[in-house]
Ligand binder design. Structure first.
Ligand code: ZZB
Length: 258
């Protein structure tokens, strides 16, 4: 499975994260949350970044000046793909719980919302990608269902409501909608992230329709078919230093919805 790993630079740590990481990362180094995505062409629509609140992440040294917040498993994969400065060497500066990262302010490359928050999502799998997931509620039904839930029960989740209420802009036009994920969530009567069966169906429909019939509505490749624009957006992100290729063994891939 070939992913695009995106670099979301930390602008301001949540208080708990700042506490835990105090003195563990060199002055002047940048730290990034690094989600793995199959949909680089949707990055214009990022509104937050999800971590599993119960998962443990590491802050791994990628180079003298750059550190990545990802799972240990993600770091092990990266170490052998020429992503870290020293091939095959994993250097961990700190451990941190997902729940401690919630509220951290990060930069989202290409997004209409350049500054977004880290938010919790219980269904994030430790066994896939980097354990960090960038959220695109316009085109991912799982993400739309989760931000809707977070906005509804902000206190329960220990977040500020406005963090989950960023405007959802249309990114991709398909024959049925320019906000495919919200459309499918409504159509399949999905009322919460616990509706896993319908969410899986919605995800499959969204992938198919988005890829084969979608046209980008925004950005430098506006008007181009998703099929054509996807690699172009990816290359652009990589050239800008905001992303890199990340892959993992096909057989290990487990669906996010179970
Ligand atoms: C942004 C994005 C925008 C994504 C979209 C999807 C969609 P899949 O489809 O399940 O095989 N993801 C990545 N890592 C994890 C993880 N550890 N736990 C849970 N979810 C994860 O996996 C690929 C997608 O699942 C990734 O692409 C990521 O969300 C999420 F508009 O990134 B995606 C219709 C889907 N649309």
């Amino acid at each position: 499975q070939e992913y695009t790993a995106l670099k979301l630079k930390v602008l301001e740590w949540a208080p708990k994260a700042a506490d835990v990481l105090k003195g563990k990362i060199p002055e002047g180094a940048s730290v990034f949350l690094v989600p793995a995505t199959l949909r680089p062409e949707t990055m214009y629509g990022q509104t937050c970044c999800f971590v599993g609140p119960a998962l443990t992440y590491g802050v791994f040294k990628a180079s003298e000046k750059e550190y990545f917040v990802i799972t240990e498993r993600g770091a092990k994969n990266m170490a052998y793909q020429g992503i870290f400065e020293k091939e095959g060497v994993i250097e961990k500066a700190a451990d941190i719980k997902g729940s401690d990262l919630v509220g951290t302010l990060i930069n989202a490359p290409l997004s209409f919302h350049p500054q977004v928050r880290v938010l919790p999502m219980d269904t994030v799998l430790a066994t896939k990608g980097t354990g960090v997931v960038t959220s695109v509620p316009s085109d991912s039904p799982d993400d739309f269902a989760m931000v809707t839930e977070l906005a509804k029960k902000a206190d329960f989740y220990g977040i500020k409501k406005e963090w989950a209420e960023l405007e959802v802009f249309p990114i991709i036009q398909t024959p049925t909608s320019d906000l495919l994920a919200p459309y499918l969530v409504k159509k399949l009567k999905i009322s919460s992230p616990k509706d896993t069966k319908q969410l899986l169906e919605a995800k499959e429909l969204a992938y198919k329709e988005g890829f084969y019939q979608g046209v980008l509505k925004v950005g430098d490749f506006k008007g181009e078919k998703v099929e054509v624009a996807k690699p172009k957006v990816r290359d652009q992100l990589i050239k800008a230093g905001d992303a890199f290729a990340y892959s993992e063994p096909e057989n290990k891939v487990v669906s996010r919805s179970g």
